[in-house]
Design a protein around this ligand. Structure first.
Ligand code: B12
Length: 423
């Protein structure tokens, strides 16, 4: 059992209430989240750099899980960064290593050394080239924001152009970027704002930062504390914590926003990894400023083993879910619907598996493991493709679901649709 290791400094900070403008996360909640992150390390299919970054920002660096994860990240970086990672993945690895006090220019593992910053510069340049030629990046503006942030924190070239594009996009009236993307872009722009002396550039960055942060505050006021959805809150809070000077003299009711987060039982490691830094008053902007010397940790609150919401199925009542798959986008169009019975509390993945067992020729599907759990990549032989920017979108009673198929639990009588879509 991996114990929760806790920075004494962090505990004092929490107890003393020095976190974000008087907003203090209960120490018990922070300890529970750290425990869940540590528990996720040995069972995770791939190492998750966001988890390492969150542990570091929370000052929990002395556990066995932390050590194992750092090692896995280094090995994965030398194995995959150049050939198999997107720019955003490389950026997350850079942030994870930086916050672990490791030099991303010399990542050593398995007898090899890679320069992750150089790889990140190359991949960011590809994103920018695609943006110039096609109006969209190779991946997404979320990834470009991570790229700009990581390069800026390390002060290596490539972030200036990316930040300019991001600032203009954020200011464009036609832009429809998600809260998550705008939040990471805000962190990147705030970094760039600290680095540049160019007046015009500073103005552009200020305008964009003022606009996005005020939009977040407006949305929070309108939606009783919520900015985006419960899974974008972590990044939105990080952004607001790091940029108060850009919405001054306006004040942020952080207690209202924190209460939303406290009221939610985050279980997915990735969701916890995005929300935990904000709860301890830190953001990804501080990835390069983790105190690498102090390592005095005390095993603290012993958490009881987390209860699981997974259902055994045996004693549960059966529910009925309508399940449809639709492609009206590409190639031969199709639309099929079936009715599936599963134990109450089953995930959507279970519904899809039962549908596939009943009618394998129609409801066959494939998933790939990701940092957020299994992602559906193909249904009925039709595969999502990042070059076409296609994906399988999931709706429940006409509303886009806010969790993946491995976590979302459909209600009795609901109609879940998988629709081949573009992003
Ligand atoms: C960009 C993005 C997408 C893009 C990814 C395109 C691409 N090729 O890059 C598209 C549009 C395809 C997408 C789809 C979905 N997304 Co999305 N997505 C994001 C976003 C904004 C950034 C992810 C990213 O690029 N990270 C950086 C890279 C470097 O890290 P990565 O680990 O390699 O990223 C991969 C995974 O994140 C994966 N991915 C993206 N979204 C999702 C969602 C789920 C459930 C899974 C398992 C994987 C996954 O695609 C990324 C690229 O390969 C996040 C926001 C966030 N807070 O993280 C939401 C986010 C992860 N998505 C979310 C959701 C809900 C979905 C959908 C389920 C929406 C829907 N109703 O259909 C679908 C997935 C359905 C499926 N087929 O299984 C939620 C997940 C919440 C949760 N608790 O699980 C988030 C947090 C947004 C939010 N605040 O609600 N998404």
């Amino acid at each position: 059992m991996l114990g929760v290791a806790f920075g004494i400094g962090l505990l004092l900070a929490l107890a003393g209430g020095t976190a974000t403008q008087g907003c203090v996360a209960p120490a018990k909640l922070v300890a529970q989240m750290l425990q869940r992150l540590e528990d996720s390390v040995p069972v995770s299919e791939q190492p998750n750099p966001s988890v390492l970054l969150a542990m570091n920002l929370a000052g929990a660096t002395n556990s066995a899980a932390h050590k194992i994860l750092l090692q896995q990240i280094q090995e994965d970086a030398v194995n995959r960064a150049q050939k198999d990672m997107t720019s955003g993945e490389v950026a997350l690895y850079v942030l994870a290593l930086l916050s672990s006090c490791q030099d991303p220019r010399h990542v050593q593992a398995l007898g090899q050394t890679v320069n992750l910053l150089r790889i990140l510069q190359e991949k960011t340049a590809e994103e920018m080239e695609n943006l110039e030629n096609n109006g969209v990046p190779k991946t997404t503006l979320y990834s470009v924001s991570l790229d700009a942030l990581a390069l800026c924190l390390e002060q290596v070239d490539g972030y200036q152009k990316a930040s300019t594009v991001l600032a203009k996009e954020l200011l464009s009236p036609e832009s429809h970027l998600s809260v998550d993307t705008r939040a990471v872009a805000v962190l990147a722009l705030a970094c760039m704002h600290n680095r540049t002396n160019n007046h015009d550039m500073k103005h552009l960055l200020q305008d964009a930062l003022r606009k996005v942060t005020n939009d977040f505050l407006d949305e929070q006021e309108m939606k009783n504390g919520m900015i985006g959805n419960i899974y974008s809150m972590g990044l939105a809070l990080q952004a607001l914590e790091a940029t108060s000077k850009f919405y001054a003299p306006r004040k942020w009711d952080c207690a209202q926003a924190f209460s939303k987060v406290h009221g939610h039982d985050y279980r997915q490691p990735m969701a916890i990894a995005q929300v935990l830094p904000a709860l301890v008053g830190r953001s990804y902007l501080e990835a390069a400023h983790v105190d690498c010397v102090s390592a005095s940790m005390s095993p603290s609150l012993q958490m009881s083993p987390s209860s699981t919401s997974e259902t055994s199925g045996a004693s549960k009542a059966l529910i009925t879910v309508q399940y449809s798959i639709t492609n009206k986008l590409q190639g031969r169009h199709f639309s099929y619907t079936t009715s599936v019975q599963v134990p109450d509390g089953s995930t959507l993945l279970k519904v899809m598996q039962v549908a596939e067992e009943d009618k394998p020729k129609i409801f066959s599907f494939q998933t790939k493991p990701t940092s957020w759990g299994p992602m559906v990549t193909s249904i009925h032989g039709l595969e999502a493709n990042s070059e076409d920017r296609t994906y399988w979108q999931f709706l429940s009673d006409n509303n886009a679901i806010e969790e993946g198929v491995g976590y979302y639990q459909p209600r009795n009588g609901s109609h879940v649709e998988a629709v081949f879509s573009t992003y």
